[in-house]
Ligand binder design. Structure first.
Ligand SMILES: Nc1ncnc2c1ncn2[C@@H]1O[C@H](COP(=O)(O)OP(=O)(O)OP(=O)(O)O)[C@@H](O)[C@H]1O
Ligand SMILES: [Mg+2]
Length: 328
């Protein structure tokens, strides 16, 4: 028996586009999250990262989406068939969520204090003095100076980095076992980005929280995370420990790695990935990266899904030629 906190297996998410038309936006997402693990989730825009995050907090319906098949469990609870009561116990309490574009929020017409009170209470009745003390304590944990003043402020009065710290404070308000952070540093400058990453690492260390950290930025994810899940066109194509990224066994990960912008050691010409990701709803059969892949062979495009195969401890890859691309 695995002791994973989250288990995602062959998850498929569809969206209702019109009354009769359905579109598959995530297909074959498969990975686990261990207790206390900092897991990076990476992939191009449209690969399904946000939808996967939403499935973990039960808010797919707000985008007209739903889990079509596969399994998703959190701490032994089946989230595919979770009841409203299960979600009340989990969302915001056992799973904290930092939504993408949280920098545009938090809610502009509520003070930081009022928003934090909602995050702390989660719909429960609580003593006001307790809520205020807890809000101050949380702002101190996320290293916000002069917390008494910040509680009275509106989001527009805070910098991007400060807003993100408040979002993190809200996400950890109920000491969740898991935080889902959807691109928490996109739009922040590199110095603030590094501070936010350090804060997330510290929270993981101090509270032993598992964190799923979503990003487009492979070097960033590689530096801060224990393991990386790579998504391409709605599918998990590889899961690999960060320290082994140079030994990737998937051509898409390899292309992402080779196209990274190395600020410390510029390597000359910038390498880009061939072509465009396949359009959602128009995925080819077999491997969805085949049309862009230097290793592709006719059998990559056969009408069968390419399964995730074990490469080593904690390393899986969905490439039929994975054995040939090691270290290239
Ligand atoms: N309501 C909807 N109707 C149609 N398509 C949708 C709907 N919601 C999401 N999609 C599509 O689903 C795909 C996955 O979206 P998702 O937001 O999960 O991508 P992402 O990996 O988070 O991208 P990004 O990196 O840009 O945030 C996208 O192609 C998106 O256009
Ligand atoms: Mg997204």
């Amino acid at each position: 028996m695995s002791n994973a906190l989250v288990q995602i297996d062959s998850l498929r998410i569809d969206v209702k586009v019109t009354r009769t038309r359905r579109l598959t936006i995530v297909n074959s997402a498969t990975f686990d999250v261990e207790p206390g693990q900092l897991l990076g989730l990476i992939g191009e825009s449209g690969s399904g990262k946000t939808m996967l995050c939403r499935s973990l907090v039960g808010t797919l319906y707000r985008r007209g989406a739903y889990i079509q098949s596969g399994s998703l469990t959190f701490g032994g609870t089946d989230l595919v068939n979770a009841s409203p009561k299960d979600w009340r116990d989990i969302r915001g309490k056992r799973i904290g969520y930092i939504p993408q574009s949280a920098l545009a929020g938090p809610n502009p017409v509520m003070t930081i204090g009022a928003q934090m009170a909602e995050a702390i209470k989660q719909g429960e009745k609580m003593d006001n003095s307790y809520v205020r003390a807890r809000a101050l304590e949380l702002l101190e944990i996320v290293q916000i100076r002069r917390p008494e003043i910040v509680l009275k402020q509106y989001p527009y009065e805070l910098s991007g980095g400060m807003k993100q710290r408040v979002m993190i404070a809200c996400a950890i308000a109920r000491e969740p076992q898991l935080i889902v952070a959807d691109e928490p540093t996109t739009g922040l400058d590199v110095t603030v980005q590094a501070e936010i990453m350090e804060l997330l690492r510290q929270i993981r260390r101090d509270l032993n929280t598992s964190i799923i950290l979503v990003s487009h930025d492979l070097p960033l994810i590689n530096e801060v995370c224990d393991d990386i899940v790579i998504m391409h066109a709605g599918a998990t194509v590889e899961k690999i420990p960060s320290e082994q990224i140079e030994k990737t066994r998937h051509p898409y990960t390899q292309a992402l790695y080779n196209s990274r912008i190395d600020l410390v050691e510029p390597r000359g010409k910038l390498i880009t990935i061939n072509g465009q990701p396949p359009t959602v709803g128009d995925w080819p059969t077999g491997c969805r990266f085949a049309a862009r892949c230097d290793y592709a062979q006719p059998q990559c495009s056969a009408d069968v899904e390419i399964p995730l195969a074990t490469v080593g401890t904690k390393h899986v890859s969905a490439c039929i030629r994975q054995a040939e691309i090691w270290g290239k």
